[in-house]
Design a protein around this ligand. Structure first.
Ligand code: PHE
Length: 338
């Protein structure tokens, strides 16, 4: 009998249940009706009196030991049970996909690189502005329609606090603070009270440029814009400047680039004109220089401004501006290779 007890003890040491079912099987195997320990108790009845005293103690200790072990297993496995059913540690990790840069960021970075090569630095300013920086310092007459409620989101009236409608306000800030010559590009969000459609949004992004120095001419502006157009739209790109009007530039122009899709022959994208409108520009109006304490007899400058959504639309053939704001991954994933 002592031998059987020893072998049960040995077996007990080797047991290593991994779940509740295993524990139950072990319990039946040792303590069940026909379990090894139960049988020991049955055979104990037939043992001689002298042996009983000693054996009884040994068998009882064994039974307690077994019971204790089973209890601990039950407990530890039940606290692990949940984790075990949910996690399969042998599974491979799912493929982690990298995100993509937003097309507006892509185009912004490209523009930074392009203008950096021409010596421009990035200059940023606040989105919430006053009337002076957005309109007055830029030679907007008092009754100019751009100041109208229809275009501008006002936060407060008298004195006017508003959301900037263009980043030309940042150019004013650069004239206030920086020493001449100034050569900056001003990126940022702008706000206009417009109905949202495929071609317009009430929030969009601009990048505007300003260069002020002695002897800056329209030829410098034209060369700068030609360089920009070829860097962004390709070597073959042609530009065309059409007379236009802005309160802060004189003369003013609008720039078109030749349509890359049809090579200038005419297609649905360029509305059969062969040209795509890209930006507004001009020579800084002497009034603006004087309003910002720059001597217009000594200094001259040029400025230009464009919408990033529009540039990205033309470059990536995006037909609906609203896509930029929806952040649908199916849209964004298409910019993986840029
Ligand atoms: N600020 C003008 C706009 O928002 C763009 C522009 C900038 C035009 C500089 C001329 C010169 O439309």
């Amino acid at each position: 009998m002592l031998q059987r007890i020893e072998s049960i003890k040995e077996e007990l040491k080797k047991l290593n249940p991994v779940n509740q079912d295993d524990v139950e099987k072990i319990r039946i195997h040792l303590l069940g009706k026909k379990g090894l320990v139960t049988l020991l108790f049955e055979d104990f009845r037939n043992v001689s009196k002298e042996e009983k005293k000693n054996l009884g103690q040994v068998i009882n200790t064994l039974k307690n030991e077994v019971q204790e072990k089973i209890d601990t297993w039950k407990q530890s496995l039940s606290s692990n049970a949940k984790r075990e059913t949910n996690i399969d540690l042998t599974l491979n990790e799912p493929n982690q996909e990298f995100g993509t840069r937003h097309p507006i960021s892509l185009i912004k970075n490209e523009l930074y690189e392009t203008f950096k090569k021409l010596g421009f630095t990035i200059y940023e300013g606040p989105e919430i502005e006053d009337d002076w920086h957005v309109f007055s310092a830029l030679n907007f007459p008092e009754e100019h329609p751009a100041r109208d409620m229809q275009d501008t989101f006002f936060i407060e009236k008298n004195p006017d606090i508003l959301l900037r409608t263009h980043t030309s306000s940042v150019q004013v800030r650069s004239m206030e603070r920086e020493k001449l010559p100034i050569r900056v590009v001003c990126p940022g969000r702008v706000f206009r009270n417009e109905a949202i459609s495929a071609r317009a949004h009430c929030i969009f992004h601009q990048i505007e440029g300003l260069y002020i120095d002695k002897n800056v001419s329209f030829a410098d502006l034209k060369q700068t814009l030609l360089y920009f157009a070829r860097e962004i739209f390709g070597e073959e790109t042609q530009i065309r400047l059409r007379p236009s009007f802005f309160p802060f530039t004189e003369p003013s122009a609008e720039m078109d680039v030749s349509c890359k899709l049809c090579g200038g022959i005419g297609c649905s994208v360029c509305k059969y004109t062969g040209w795509l409108e890209v930006l507004g520009c001009g020579m800084v109006d002497p009034n603006v220089l004087e309003l910002n304490n720059i001597d217009s007899k000594v200094y001259s400058g040029f400025a230009f401004g464009m919408g990033l959504e529009r540039i990205a639309m033309l470059k990536y053939q995006v037909k609906d501006l609203r896509l930029y704001f929806e952040n649908d991954v199916r849209f964004l994933n298409q910019f993986k290779n840029y």
